[in-house]
Design a protein around this ligand. Structure first.
Ligand SMILES: [Zn+2]
Length: 333
C-alpha cells in the first residue's frame, strides 16, 4: 500500500454542460434495511464496473467499510480522493474511491434507489429507512456509483474542449469575455490585442488573440498555441488572486500550480500546495475567485464542514452566486 498523501481536498466542478438524458439509474430490488452487503447487489447487466483511470487505485485499507463519518473527515485521512457533490447534497459519504455528497429524496417506495445524473448522486429512499441503511446501500454500490460519477465528469470535460472550433476567427472564452483568433505569422506565441471600440459592432468581441502561426495552420496547431497562451494567462491571473485571499485568511501558500485534472477545478493540500485548473481562465474573475477562496479556505479547514463554509463566507460573503455559476458555466458555441 502506498504511503498516504498529506491531507488534500478537491473542488469538483459540477457538470457545466448538462445532458439531462445522460443520467444513470439503479434501483435496489431488495429491501433496503437488510444490513451490510444486503442492501443491493450489482445487477449482472450493469455496465462500466471497471475502475476508470481517474480514480485512485484500490486501497480498501484506507476506508474500511462502515468506518467513514458523514460530514467531517479526520485529519489523518489520506486526502487524495476525488470529490463529487450534488448541488442539493445534504449528506456526504466517504467511499473507498471518492467522497460523494448526495441528495436524498424521501419517497413512498419500498427500496433504496440511486440515480447518477449531471448534478451527481441522488438517492431515493423510503421514509422509514435510516441514514446508516442508506450508507450501507451506497457502500454496496460504490463501484457503480464512482464509475458513473466519473463518466459524467469526463463527458462534460470532452464537451468543454470540443466546444471551440480551432480555426482563424474562432471565438475563445477568456475571463468571461470572448477573444477572436487571428493567425499572425509575424509574431511568436500568443498576443492579446485590444481592438479599438469603434472598430467593433455591438455584441461583437472587442479583442483578438493573435497566434504566431501560418494561415494554413492545422486546428491542432492552433489549439496548441492558444492553449499554451491560455495556460500562461491562467498562471498570471491565479498568481494575482491567490495572495489577495491568502492574506485575508492568514494562510501560507507554498506552491501554486496549474492542473488539468479531468474532473476537478482545484485542490488544496495540508502542506500548503494549491492546484487550480487552467481552464478556469475561460470563466469570469468572480468564478475564479470563488475557486481560489474555496481552496485557500481548505488550508484552514481540511473538510467541507459548516466551519469550512464559515471560513469561505468570511472572505467571500456572497459566494453562493459564483458557486452556482460554476455549476452552469458553458463555453459559448
Ligand atoms: Zn472543497
Amino acid at each position: 500500500m502506498k504511503q498516504p498523501e498529506p491531507g488534500q481536498m478537491g473542488l469538483w466542478g459540477d457538470e457545466p454542460f448538462a445532458e439531462p438524458e445522460s443520467g444513470s439509474a439503479w434501483g435496489a430490488g431488495s429491501p433496503a434495511a437488510s444490513g451490510p452487503g444486503g442492501a443491493g447487489r450489482v445487477p449482472s447487466g450493469a455496465s462500466g464496473l471497471t475502475s476508470p483511470a481517474s480514480l485512485p487505485p484500490d486501497d480498501d485499507a484506507d476506508a474500511p467499510a462502515g468506518a467513514a463519518p458523514s460530514h467531517r473527515y479526520p485529519e489523518r485521512q489520506p486526502g487524495t480522493l476525488p470529490h463529487f457533490r450534488h448541488p442539493q447534497a445534504e449528506r456526504e459519504i466517504r467511499l473507498s474511491k471518492a467522497v460523494v455528497g448526495y441528495e436524498v429524496k424521501r419517497a413512498r417506495r419500498r427500496s433504496i434507489g440511486m440515480v447518477v445524473g449531471v448534478d451527481g448522486l441522488s438517492v431515493r429512499a423510503p421514509r422509514w429507512v435510516s441514514w446508516s441503511d442508506i450508507e450501507t446501500a451506497l457502500r454496496a454500490k460504490e463501484r457503480w456509483i464512482c464509475t458513473k460519477l466519473v463518466e459524467q465528469r469526463e463527458r462534460a470535460q470532452r464537451q468543454m474542449s470540443a466546444r471551440i472550433d480551432w480555426r482563424e476567427g474562432a471565438s475563445v472564452p477568456y475571463l468571461g469575455d470572448s477573444l477572436v483568433v487571428v493567425l499572425d505569422p509575424r509574431i511568436a506565441g500568443g498576443q492579446l490585442h485590444e481592438v479599438l471600440p469603434d472598430a467593433g459592432l455591438p455584441g461583437v468581441p472587442q479583442r483578438t488573440l493573435h497566434l504566431g502561426l501560418p494561415h494554413q495552420a492545422t486546428p491542432e496547431q492552433i489549439r496548441d498555441v492558444a492553449e499554451a497562451w491560455l495556460q500562461r494567462e491562467a498562471m498570471r491571473v491565479f498568481s494575482e488572486r491567490v495572495p489577495v485571499y491568502a492574506s485575508q485568511l492568514g494562510v501560507k501558500v507554498r506552491k501554486l500550480s496549474l492542473s488539468s485534472a479531468r474532473t476537478r477545478w482545484g485542490s488544496a493540500s495540508a502542506d500548503g500546495s494549491i492546484r487550480l485548473h487552467w481552464r478556469l481562465v475561460h470563466f469570469s474573475i468572480s468564478i475564479i475567485d470563488y475557486v481560489v477562496a474555496h481552496e485557500l479556505a481548505h488550508l484552514r479547514e481540511m473538510n467541507h464542514s459548516p466551519a469550512f463554509w464559515d471560513v469561505v463566507r468570511s472572505i467571500m460573503p456572497s459566494f453562493d452566486a459564483p458557486r452556482e455559476q460554476l455549476r452552469h458555466v458553458a463555453i459559448p458555441d
